[in-house]
Design a binder for this molecule. Structure first.
Ligand code: IMP
Length: 437
């Protein structure tokens, strides 16, 4: 049986967690392939809110095995905290249900300190990272000096290597006038974590390929989003991994012919946390309206950092680019309910760049900052839609909005979300509806 790849089509925070939760109900294995605990996936099950950072949303489905693949970067202490939190909420997290790749790289306290130092040094030009040590961990990986999770299997050499890594970071930190780290204390915490995590460690490439050969269905759960991709996003305002569909193959280690479905998740509008261009950004009252009031869960504040998200109209120039980069077979549109009550809605279909009209995303940040979106104006709807469960019951204007997006992106949109709960996903008639486990 083939694999499904689920990725964010925009700047992250598209609501992938709840879509992954839906698709996990028809999967046997759910695997994260890139990034680390910079991600924040929120899943609402009844009155319980699960905030996941590293562990795939599939963990909420009893029969699913979850994987943290070789392309991820893992803070062992934070992983253990997340395991404990999930257990506290009644979720069984055992080495049978969660398998961590021996190839995944370790985020050490050195990486976190270096992330902070680098952001400080950039000042007003900072990336706006989540300060989880992601960039420096991937720098060590590509510089071939990183530590991999498999090294935790040999405590003595692991402790020595970690100690050396922290001492090397301390030299840089001291040189830049930043606070240094106590290598002894950090190494102790990580050695303790290693002892607990050892049973979870395994060769996940072999495991996934065995499961694929056995006919099992794999869901590759993306984190972040297309515009945060190291290669394809708006560099340098990106994360340091490959959250696009190609990253699923390198991050997990299986071949492209297994993939039969690539699902792109986009909000019904645009949001971004951190710095970097957001061509359709709205300031003032309209931006506040999309962001929400701060009174409920469903608002636009980052799950990992709690920072307010910048908001704007939907940008199909950028989405078409995401379709190209990822090869979406379909898109899911989330948070459609947030658009209720607008008299009119705007969809960016092209940009004006200086004296030219373009229908593609320019490559450089400078150009992306200069573009002025050209909008299609479409009718809004007044009805509250969060209780709607059938596609036919959506207001005509909402259906037209969805269909216009599908047309502009030349990609089907068969699923929308109208609220944060599991059952607030609405599927186009004739499309397959699977209830959460
Ligand atoms: P880093 O991944 O912490 O290095 O942050 C790099 C950029 O990616 C910053 O703009 C972050 O705000 C953004 N970012 C990283 N992870 C996420 C996410 O899960 N959702 C939204 N933005 C993210």
């Amino acid at each position: 049986m083939p694999a499904t790849i689920l990725v964010g089509a925009q700047w992250g925070d598209e609501g992938k967690g709840r879509v992954a939760d839906w698709l996990a109900s028809e999967s046997d294995v759910v695997a994260r392939f890139a990034g680390g605990d910079n991600a924040g996936h929120t899943v609402y099950v009844g009155k319980t809110v699960f905030k996941l950072h590293l562990i795939p949303s599939g963990i909420l489905h009893e029969r699913v095995t979850c994987i943290l693949g070789g392309g991820t970067v893992i803070n062992p202490v934070n992983l253990l905290r997340e395991i404990d939190e999930l257990r506290g909420l009644g979720i069984e997290v055992t080495p049978e249900r969660l398998i961590v790749s021996t190839r995944a790289h370790i985020i050490s306290p050195a990486h976190i300190a270096l992330d902070k130092a680098s952001e400080q040094a950039l000042g007003a030009e900072k990336i706006g990272t989540t300060l989880r040590g992601i960039g420096p961990a991937y720098i060590d990986k590509t510089g071939r000096s990183g530590l991999r999770m498999g090294q935790m299997l040999d405590v003595e050499t692991f402790a020595e290597a970690l100690y050396a890594q922290i001492e090397a970071a301390n030299v840089k930190l001291a040189r830049d006038g930043c606070e240094t780290i106590d290598p002894q204390k950090s190494a102790e915490a990580y050695v303790d974590a290693a002892a607990r995590l050892r049973p979870y460690l395994r060769d996940t490439t072999q495991y996934i390929n065995d499961r694929l050969s056995a006919g099992d269905r794999i869901l590759c759960e993306g984190a972040q989003g297309t515009m945060l991709d190291l290669d394809h996003g708006d560099y340098p305002f990106v994360t340091s991994s490959s959250p696009t569909s190609g990253g699923a193959l390198t991050g997990l280690g299986f071949g492209p012919l297994h993939v039969d479905r690539v699902v792109g998740v986009t909000k019904a509008f645009s949001t971004r946390v951190g710095s970097g261009p957001l061509p359709t950004e709205l300031s003032g009252e309209l931006g506040d309206r999309l962001r929400g009031t701060g009174a409920n869960f469903w608002d636009e504040f980052g799950t990992t950092t709690g920072r307010p998200r910048r908001c704007g109209w939907l940008d199909t120039v950028m989405l078409r680019y995401a379709v190209q980069v990822n090869g979406f077979s379909e898109m899911v549109l989330t948070k459609l309910d947030v658009l209720s009550g607008f008299d009119e809605l705007f969809i960016a279909t092209a940009y004006q760049l200086d004296d030219k009209i373009i229908d593609f995303l320019p490559v450089t940040t400078a150009e992306q900052r200069r573009v002025k979106p050209i909008y299609d104006q479409v009718a809004g709807w007044q009805e509250e839609i969060s209780a709607i469960s059938r596609w036919d019951d959506l207001p005509e204007a909402a259906k037209k909005y969805i269909d216009r997006i599908a047309e502009l992106c030349a990609t089907p949109v068969n699923t929308v979300s109208v609220g944060p709960e599991r059952d607030q996903l609405v599927h186009r008639q004739g499309d397959h509806h699977i209830d959460g486990a």
